[in-house]
Design a protein around this ligand. Structure first.
Ligand code: SAM
Length: 237
């Protein structure tokens, strides 16, 4: 396996996945076919889960699932019982569409706003928030705070976020800053206060456009990664 495909699976389905997105996304959403088919977005998540997710038939919650790229292409998630949740009606039909293609056999889907949804306590072995906490309407501490009781003791939560300390770089480059950002130290403090022990904390370089990816790599080389991915464990396992 090359490093470009490590931790991924079902890549033979990728052209069909992109075609189905392109053909079925409503007007105004068609540009997302290429975005979600860019599996480089999933490399860090796939590698981190490959290293740390152990066991069979685990209960997984994927928050902000979009059109199910994570469920289909991340190898470590295959065979587990995944509950995918997303509030956008535009992505909902893809659950049935991909199931008709033999995908998502162990994935159920709920169309809902994560901030309006409650879950039973200790329900999930893993909760994933991949590429969602950049949303201005979501607050990292509020979202994760309400999800913590739903993680089984000893269970995991994966999330990624945009670094507040690199905001000035994008401003200096004259780029509009569309993302909600967080200070890494504040995130570490929050995790410690909520008894979430860091398992992995690493920079991510999932951007597709070469210039953006190069900027991310340059920032990381100077000790200022633009994005971080975090895997943390709820104490008590
Ligand atoms: C960039 S997409 C990422 C999709 C998926 N996690 C992935 O990495 O392929 C962000 C997703 O989060 C969803 N989202 C944003 N805010 C949400 C909320 N409050 N409740 C549920 N879903 C939300 C959006 O609808 C969108 O599908």
């Amino acid at each position: 396996m090359s490093s470009d495909t490590a931790g991924l699976c079902n890549l033979e389905f990728l052209p069909r996945y992109e075609r189905l997105l392109a053909d079925n996304l409503p007007p105004g959403f068609t540009q997302f076919a290429e975005f979600f088919s860019g599996t480089q977005r999933l490399h860090t998540l796939a590698a981190v889960l490959d290293r740390h997710l152990a066991g069979d038939g685990l209960e997984v919650l994927n928050v902000g699932s979009g059109p199910f790229a994570t469920e289909i292409f991340v190898a470590a998630l295959q065979g587990h019982r995944v509950t995918a949740i997303d509030y956008k009606a535009e992505f909902a039909p893809f659950h049935e569409l991909f199931r008709a293609e033999g995908q998502l056999e162990t994935t159920s889907f709920v169309q809902a706003d994560i901030m309006a949804r409650t879950f039973p306590s200790d329900a999930f072995d893993l909760i994933i928030l991949h590429d969602i906490l950049y949303e201005n309407a979501l607050d990292l501490e509020a979202v994760i705070g309400r999800l913590i009781p739903a993680i089984k003791p000893g269970g995991l939560i994966f999330f990624d976020f945009v670094n507040a300390r690199t905001r000035w770089v994008w401003a200096a480059l004259g780029k509009p800053d569309r993302f909600r950002r967080y200070d890494p130290d504040a995130v570490r403090r929050f995790l410690a206060e909520r008894d979430l022990a860091i398992v992995e904390w690493r920079p991510t370089h999932g951007a597709k456009r070469r210039v953006v990816k190069a900027t991310h790599q340059l920032l990381a080389a100077f000790g200022m990664p633009n994005n971080f991915a975090v895997l943390a464990r709820r104490d008590g396992g």
